[in-house]
Design a protein around this ligand. Structure first.
Ligand SMILES: *Cc1c(COP(=O)(O)O)cnc(C)c1O
Length: 385
């Protein structure tokens, strides 16, 4: 075996011991059984119940958002958040090329068009400097809005995503959003517990969204939430997610086209128990990051992703970044580590390289393309350290 793959396996083994390790698995060592059983006993297992109200309250308290609205998954949360941000069919919405496909899909579900932008090396999220340059060359003013001068479509929203839990440069992105009249909606699916200058991610934009899928830092099985400080937007989000039914003792009156996106109470029961353990998960992930840092310290040709300056990352997925010169060894490293029972994964295929998003507007993407060839996610579950 080559020197680099075997050095990486040695470093992983020094931290993880001889056991196999998955990339990320959930941990249920709190009140999960008790709350779920209590939920079943109550018979309120579906879209109404005490746990879903409690989960929303506790999410708002934890994140500092005025309101949280729980929905069936993070993709649905993004779809509703974008709709409430004013995204309409044929608008363009700027999203990172380096993201999970859900970010682009949510835009497309609204009939809008994702417009892919580059990432910054220090955050792995949208690069505000490159974006400002790109919009300077690409956007033209038309009345109150800005349009893409090549497609004629209105530029409506900006969706930063906090990659693997690392906050992107929100102040600079907010400034770009302000100058180009873009509504900022944060895809904080991966960053529950992450803070930018002490404030929780997902609370900087007009709306923000979370995911509680099984592989995220806490899980409800499947689930998501919309965060916002605007009470009216929160009420509207809840209305849209519950088929837009107007409350009444018996009438079925729906005053717009809504969705069946409400988080079931039984999933929220799991979520309440998981949220209680979030501080423990965060501490465990920071310990793991520190131990990886020690174990990989002597390794040339690669470095570990660290939280950006001024930020506190949840270290959801630990990330090794190969130097340019070692990029051609990525697949050998992925093969060797997975063969050894140590689950590692490359970054997502960039959005503009996926067949359904091949012909969409895009900025130059030199850093996203470089990072996508060099990123490797390492075993990251809470409890590994
Ligand atoms: C997980 C995730 C989502 C939402 O995923 P769901 O599986 O629908 O909850 C959205 N964006 C990103 C970047 C994600 O990682």
């Amino acid at each position: 075996m080559n020197a680099l793959p075997s050095a990486i396996i040695d470093a992983l083994r020094a931290v993880l011991g001889p056991e196999n390790a998955t990339l990320h698995e959930p941990r249920f060592q709190g009140h999960e059984q008790r709350y779920v059983q209590d939920c079943i006993a109550s018979t309120f297992v579906s879209s109404v119940g005490a746990y879903v109200d409690r989960f929303e309250r506790e999410l708002a308290d934890y994140t500092g958002a005025r309101r949280a609205v729980a929905v069936v998954n993070g993709t649905a949360a993004l779809q509703i958040a974008l709709q409430l941000a004013g995204v309409e069919a044929k608008d363009e919405v700027i999203v990172p090329a380096l993201t999970f496909v859900a970010t682009a899909n949510a835009v497309h579900y609204l009939g809008a068009v994702p417009h892919f932008a580059d990432s910054a090396k220090n955050t792995l999220g949208l690069d505000p400097t490159a974006l400002r340059d790109w919009l300077g060359a690409t956007a033209e003013r038309s009345g109150d809005a800005w349009r893409n001068r090549h497609t004629g479509r209105r530029l409506r929203a900006l969706v930063p995503m906090h990659t693997f839990g690392h906050p992107c440069d929100l102040n600079a992105l907010l400034s770009v959003a302000h100058d180009y009249r873009l509504t900022l909606v944060e895809d904080a699916a991966e960053s529950l517990g992450s803070r930018y200058h002490s404030r929780h991610t997902g609370t900087f934009g007009r709306l923000g969204t979370l995911s509680f899928n099984g592989n995220k830092i806490i899980t409800t099985g499947g689930g998501g939430a919309i965060l916002t400080d605007d009470k009216h937007l929160a009420d509207h989000a809840k209305h849209l997610s519950t088929t837009a039914k107007v409350p009444h003792r018996w009438d079925y009156m729906h005053d717009e086209i809504g969705y069946n996106f409400r988080m079931p109470n039984i999933n929220a029961a799991l979520g309440c128990a998981q949220l209680e353990q979030l501080p423990k998960f965060l501490a465990s992930k920071r310990r793991l990051a520190a131990r990886y840092r020690e174990a990989f310290a002597g390794l040339e040709q690669a470095s570990l992703m660290q939280e950006p300056q001024g930020c506190e990352s949840n270290y959801w997925l630990q990330t090794l970044i190969l130097d340019e010169a070692a990029a051609d060894q990525r697949d050998a490293i992925l093969t060797a580590t997975n063969d050894a029972g140590l689950m590692t994964r490359p970054a997502w295929t960039l959005m503009h390289q996926l067949p359904p998003y091949r012909d969409f507007p895009l900025a130059p993407l030199p850093m996203a393309e470089s990072l996508a060839r060099r990123l490797i996610n390492l075993p990251s579950s809470a409890g590994l350290a």
